[in-house]
Design a protein around this ligand. Structure first.
Ligand code: PEP
Length: 248
């Protein structure tokens, strides 16, 4: 059976002292969970978060990575650099990066390859805009994204990736996909993985739902047959609220 993976995406929030305080508060609240708990924190918090989360069941991730290992890329951070300090996960292709920093599926794919090559586990975000949803093309859009971001990724690498289905219109908006729609799209993603990599890989791959997940609605998403967890933005900024989601 696939485990449930709850990842928090702090976005551009939390100073190091706040990160340390948060993890100290979260640790006892989630210590008995069977679920995987990940906090994806700003670069400036990574080292503090890693130290504070040592000897806990909380894993630490970054929110972005460059595809090259080193070189003249001012301001960028490579997968090798993240790995060198002990980072385990990295969010790649979040819709805010696609929209604000013009990341395409091709760029996302290069980043996924770099992450995997350096032993990081990518959390790859896919999802449709409100216009695409209203035009009834969600499944087509999302399966195309999945195909492109996984281009040249090998079957044995699939168990090291997480896909987060995040309808863009649901992120930070308070609007959510219905449980049926979210489960149908995650199933569609799983079927696409099955087509590319076969049944074994499709049964193993972790697919999360993300978009205004909170304690009041998380249980139903987490109980849906094809949804293996949640990527949580706003509700991951408070340790008690995030713990409620983890423990649901
Ligand atoms: C996100 O940033 O990935 C996200 C899902 O945000 P929120 O939970 O705030 O909608």
């Amino acid at each position: 059976m696939r485990k449930k993976v709850i990842a928090g995406n702090w976005k551009m929030n939390m100073l190091p002292n706040e990160a340390i305080d948060f993890i100290d508060k979260l640790t006892p609240l989630v210590k008995d969970t069977q679920n995987e708990v990940i906090l994806c924190v700003p670069y400036t918090d990574l080292f503090y978060a890693l130290l504070t989360a040592q000897n806990t069941n909380i894993k630490i991730g970054a929110q972005n990575v460059h595809w090259e290992e080193s070189g003249a890329y001012t301001g960028e951070i490579s997968a090798k650099m993240l790995k060198s300090i002990g980072v385990e996960y990295v969010i790649i292709g979040h819709s805010e990066r696609r929209k604000n920093f013009f990341e395409t599926d091709e760029i996302v794919n290069k980043k996924v390859k770099a992450a995997l090559a350096n032993g990081l586990k990518p959390i790859i975000c896919v999802g449709e805009t409100i216009e695409q949803k209203e035009a009834g093309v969600t499944k087509k859009v999302v399966t195309e994204q999945v195909k492109k971001v996984l281009d040249e990724i090998k079957e044995e690498q699939i168990e090291n990736i997480i896909i987060a289905y995040e309808p863009i219109w649901a992120i930070g908006s308070g609007k959510t996909a219905t449980i049926k729609d979210a489960n149908d799209i995650t199933k569609e993603i799983r079927d696409e993985i099955c087509k590319i990599y076969g049944q074994k890989a499709s049964k193993r791959v972790i697919i999360q739902y993300g978009g205004s997940v909170k304690p009041e609605n998380c249980k139903e998403y987490l109980n849906a047959s094809d949804i293996d967890g949640a990527l949580v933005g706003g509700a991951s900024l408070n340790p008690e609220i995030f713990a409620e989601i983890v423990n649901n």
